[in-house]
Design a protein around this ligand. Structure first.
Ligand code: ISL
Length: 543
């Protein structure tokens, strides 16, 4: 088993993941070691030193298991093996050992709600009414009128039912996502046992924990009733937030904890209120952390961020639940792109928008890395990447989420670290715009780049306990400015973020005389900064 030997010792009272910054790797688009146009485990391993240089503490690696790739790995056909496109188990072991030797923790994705329709369990289940695995999935006899068993719709195509008829037995099977992703039946004890075995398999190999995919959906209303909200969208959330799921999550947590209390369970609880998400922290006996989706969807607005932060603090803190913050992931447009689009809607020209969205992306980095809680960075946000531009013919994802999955540009060469061209000979998706300048090597060499801002922020966070674990308080601030403090013992930091396009004058209480600017989001010389914030500028001030 591979141990994170080099990891800093966690304080007795604070588990490592509370002080850590996670970095999400989407393996297909991270780094390609064998020039087949798809990223792989050896590619990740080769770039671990750069992640260490950046200063993150832990990696979350999206699925690399055997998969027909109908949902690019979230359709698993063998949970205990690596898809050949990514490498093999030996490549994973080498990656994990090397990450641990560098002091980087590694959590991996676990997809408990559904398998691939090519998983041997489903192939057997579908083959006859009486097969060994029949009850591992959710089957219903068709009505005479041929309508699906209920009105649930599938996540990627809201016009399509969450049910398909399997030709071999003529029965409907349930799939909250793509028809190629049949839902497992967690009412069946053998499913629970098999999925627990998957956790054990990877824990035994030494992983530091899991990000559990749509974990709230592993319990369903027993009679699968119609969903009154189905027409309003987000079908897999509206229902399927039921008491039995909490029991199942508690069992998963206790399995994870049985290995040692330093393994972590992060839930993707794709529900749209903090209250609903918070319930999956249980009484400290369900997930250790859950993604904060309402904050991910907050636009670049101080009022909206303030409301989201207040809601998060008010909901999580009383239950002793630890917050997380995330701006981007592999399912949503990158935040720089989102903030860009917002500006374009206000009628800005493209050049101005690009310049301002860079400023917003920098200020957002300060926000993400100074809030109280565990931040999750998504690969490429440290380069300030925009979504790749994808033509309709280039769309390959059933959910149309290709833009945020554009491969990472590593250097200034023609292919930027990927085989040149697109398609069979080139990367599986187009690279993001501006790769000639917005690539890893060039940004590393430029001390003023957003990459170097992330690095300095991460170093500052590491060196400043108040920023990692200090008390949090929102401060009164001029309109358009989000201001808060982080305080630990006598150490106090003010974080000031101007979410407007105008310069804002600051009063003495936010920037006291004699205070020092520890960092400015545009990396300008902080000595000239007194009494005001530039457009979309963020400052960290030591009081
Ligand atoms: O993709 C979404 C919005 O753009 C979400 O609705 C997404 O379906 C939801 O966050 C669940 O996502 C997870 O499970 C899916 C998979 O496709 C996503 O990539 C994964 O993050 C099914 O496994």
């Amino acid at each position: 088993m591979s141990e994170p030997h080099n990891c800093p010792e966690p304080a007795a009272s604070a588990p490592w993941w509370r002080g850590a910054v996670f970095y999400q790797i989407y393996p297909r688009s991270f780094a390609d070691s064998n020039s087949d146009g798809v990223g792989d485990l050896n590619g990740i391993r080769a770039h671990l030193p750069e992640l260490k240089w950046l200063g993150v503490d832990a990696l979350w690696i999206s699925p690399f298991y055997r998969s027909p790739m109908a949902d690019f790995g979230y359709d698993v056909s063998d949970y205990c093996d690596v898809d050949p496109i990514f490498g093999d188990l030996a490549a994973f072991d080498a990656l994990l050992a090397e990450a641990h030797a560098l002091g980087l923790r590694v959590i991996i994705d676990w997809v408990p709600n559904h398998t691939s329709d090519q998983h041997p369990w489903f192939l057997d289940a579908a083959s006859s009414h009486t097969s060994e695995h029949r009850n591992w999935y959710v089957w219903r006899e068709p009505d005479e009128d041929g309508t699906p068993p209920n009105n649930w719709v599938a996540a990627f195509d809201l016009a399509a039912p969450a049910w398909s008829v399997h030709p071999d037995t003529g029965q409907w099977y349930l799939h909250l996502f793509d028809p190629a992703q049949p839902d497992l039946n967690w009412d069946e004890p053998a499913v629970v046992e098999a999925m627990h075995d998957v956790l054990r398999f990877w824990l035994d190999r030494g992983v530091d924990g899991f990000r559990a995919d749509v974990l709230h959906t592993i319990g369903k209303y027993p009679d699968l009733p119609d969903d009154p909200a189905a027409v309003a969208g987000i079908p897999h959330c509206a229902l399927n937030d039921v008491p039995v799921t909490h029991e199942r999550v508690r069992a998963i947590r206790s399995l994870v904890d049985s290995y040692a209390d330093d393994r972590v369970l992060v839930g993707e609880i794709y529900l749209m209120t903090t209250e609903a998400i918070a319930s999956y922290y249980g009484d400290g006996d369900e997930v250790h952390m859950a993604f904060n989706f309402p904050a991910l969807y907050a636009p670049w607005s101080s009022e909206r961020w303030r409301a989201s932060i207040e809601d998060t603090e008010a909901t999580l803190d009383p239950r002793g639940a630890w917050p997380t913050w995330v701006l981007s992931n592999h399912d949503n447009p990158r935040h720089r792109t989102r903030y860009d689009l917002a500006a374009q809607r206000r009628g800005e020209d493209a050049g101005t928008t690009a310049r301002r969205s860079e400023a917003r992306a920098r200020a957002a980095a300060v926000l993400l890395l100074t809030l109280r809680g565990t931040p999750f960075l998504y690969q490429g946000e440290e380069l300030g990447l925009l979504d790749a531009e994808i033509t309709p013919e280039q769309v390959v994802d059933p959910g149309g989420r290709d833009g945020c999955r554009g491969p990472l540009p590593w250097d200034g060469t023609d292919g930027h670290g990927w085989p040149t061209g697109l398609g069979a000979a080139g990367p599986w998706l187009p690279l993001p715009p501006e790769a000639a300048v917005r690539n890893r090597a060039d940004q590393q060499a430029d001390p003023d780049s957003i990459l170097n801002l992330y690095r300095r922020l991460l170093a500052l966070r590491k060196a400043t306990p108040a920023l990692r674990s200090g008390e949090f308080e929102l401060l009164d601030a001029p309109e358009g400015v989000l201001a808060f403090s982080r305080r630990l013992d006598s150490e106090i930091c003010h974080i000031l973020i101007n979410m407007t396009d105008e310069q804002v004058v600051l009063d003495e209480s936010l920037m006291p005389a004699g205070s020092t600017v520890m960092l400015a989001s545009d990396l300008v010389d902080p000595t000239g900064l007194r009494g005001h914030l530039g457009p979309d500028q963020a400052l960290i001030i030591q009081g």
